[in-house]
Design a binder for this molecule. Structure first.
Ligand SMILES: *Cc1c(COP(=O)(O)O)cnc(C)c1O
Length: 461
């Protein structure tokens, strides 16, 4: 059979409230044309993020009922710890409420802040909270993506890779003593959800270890990355995704994990460490800000849901359905003439609004125009990743500088939407394509000094 079906039946449903175009016009006006300010109940298909939005399985919900909420020594922790140790092989597993809490603890331990020169943490591309946590303790976050990764329409199998030559040069120029750890993010979220090859991971690990620098993973989408390795890297086609994931983790000395992605749960994370001395320090900090080491920032029921989620996410029928439905959507809208970041990544499609709406200049926010149109036409919520998010206003001149790219991201929650939802998305894009010349830009009329995209107000031009 050619058709890839959703490898699940639906046992519980959450109704979607249908809206009309007239209603959506009013809703947009009330939200000041900012999708972050739209109430979720007014959204038909919500592609704002894939983080914490997964549908849990019946076994996960059974685990929720079975959660042991004991303060110390909960059986749910031991189940979680066993599953995560089997997967990662790390000596110490420290549960946190989400990924950024693990980052905060790791960088507090790893980065020396007294005296000496400014410390540096290289990554293929840092995720925003990772960068912010590094900068918060006074260190510098450096991105070293490969050049191919920066070209949106170029089709390459592993555009998430780190540029290993640049990594070598950085270590040679700065000295290994300034680099407390090297990190690689799988998949490369900030670079389109593109995967990293095993060869590249091994290369980065070899360089790190040759210089006696610990090698870490930001592993939020480890299962999607492992599946891409199976599909695209020679020598892995006959290995199970689980075996590939295990091989990836065993290259590293530790990891940070946001389990809100490939944990298939709504909340959770952990810090994995092999160094016992670091683990001891991490647990001391954990108690200060998250909780006792057998629950961290989580409830026993969350730990149960995660233990089960980390197993289910490696099922190949699930990954085939997930990766294929996103690729299918990407292919369909490419055929409609909508430029996207190619090839489609693991968790999202990124549309190139600058190329799609060339008549709207960057500082009139073509991405915001497209996001608003998608909501108006079909009740779809996407997010602008362009000058609204990354544009900078010079405080002296008041002049605004646009971002490098004007993208719109459609991120897919895990196991939430079906094929007919995806076909509906394609139809909506067909509508948008038909009258795209009529779309107008926006003016930002209110903004906060930092992270302005969450709360900014707009007016149509
Ligand atoms: C989401 C994410 C994080 C941060 O995790 P939270 O659970 O949102 O705190 C870190 N790194 C990557 C790659 C992510 O996608």
């Amino acid at each position: 059979m050619r058709t890839i079906i959703e490898p699940f039946k639906i046992k519980v449903v959450e109704p979607i409230r249908m809206t009309t175009r007239e209603e959506r016009e009013k809703i947009l006006l009330a939200a000041h044309y900012n999708p972050f300010l739209i109430h979720a109940k007014d959204v038909l298909i919500d592609l704002l993020t894939d983080s914490g939005t997964a549908a849990m399985s019946s076994k996960q919900w059974a685990g929720v009922m079975d959660g042991d909420e004991s303060y110390a020594g909960s059986k749910s922790f031991y189940r979680f710890e066993r599953v995560v140790k089997e997967l990662t092989g790390f000596h110490s597993i420290i549960p946190t409420h989400q990924g950024r809490a693990a980052e905060k603890i790791l960088f507090h331990i790893a980065i020396r802040t007294n005296g000496s020169a400014q410390q540096i943490i290289p990554n293929n591309t840092h995720f925003d909270t990772t960068r912010a946590n590094i900068e918060y303790v006074g260190a510098k976050a450096i991105d070293l993506p490969i050049e191919e990764g920066k070209k949106p329409s170029l089709r390459r199998p592993f555009k998430g890779n780190m540029d290993l030559e640049k990594l070598e040069n950085l270590i040679r120029e700065e000295g290994a003593s300034k680099i407390p750890l090297i990190m690689v993010t799988i998949t490369n979220n900030s670079n389109g959800g593109q995967p990293v090859s095993m060869e590249n991971l091994k290369g980065a690990r070899d360089i790190a270890h040759r210089h006696k620098i610990p090698f870490f993973l930001d592993a939020a989408r480890f299962a999607e990355n492992a599946y891409f390795i199976k599909l695209r890297e020679a020598g892995y086609e006959n290995k199970s995704v689980e075996a590939i994931a295990q091989e990836i983790f065993r290259l590293a000395d530790g990891c940070t994990m946001s389990a809100k992605k490939d944990g298939l749960a709504n909340m959770g994370g952990f810090l994995g460490l092999n160094d016992r001395h670091w683990a001891q320090k991490a647990r001391a900090l954990l108690i200060l800000t998250e909780g006792f080491p057998t629950y961290g920032g989580l409830s026993g029921r969350d730990l149960e849901a995660l233990a089960q989620g980390f197993k289910e996410v490696l099922e190949e029928d699930y990954l085939r359905y997930r990766i294929r439905s996103i690729e299918y959507f990407g292919e369909k809208i490419l055929a409609l003439g909508v430029p996207i970041v190619e090839p489609p990544g693991g968790h999202a499609i990124y549309m190139d609004a600058k190329a799609f709406l060339p008549h709207i200049p960057p500082l009139e926010y073509p991405g915001q125009a497209l996001v608003n149109e998608l909501y108006l036409v079909a009740g779809i919520r996407a997010v602008e990743i362009g000058s609204v998010m990354f544009g900078k206003v010079d405080p002296k001149t008041g002049q605004e500088k646009s971002a490098e790219m004007e993208l719109v991201r459609l991120a897919f929650p895990r196991r939430v939407y079906t094929q007919s939802h995806v076909d509906y998305l394609v139809e909506a894009m067909e509508e948008v394509v038909k009258h795209k010349k009529k779309l107008r830009g926006f003016r930002m009329v209110a903004q906060e000094p930092s992270l302005r995209h969450f709360t900014a107000h707009f007016e149509p031009l």
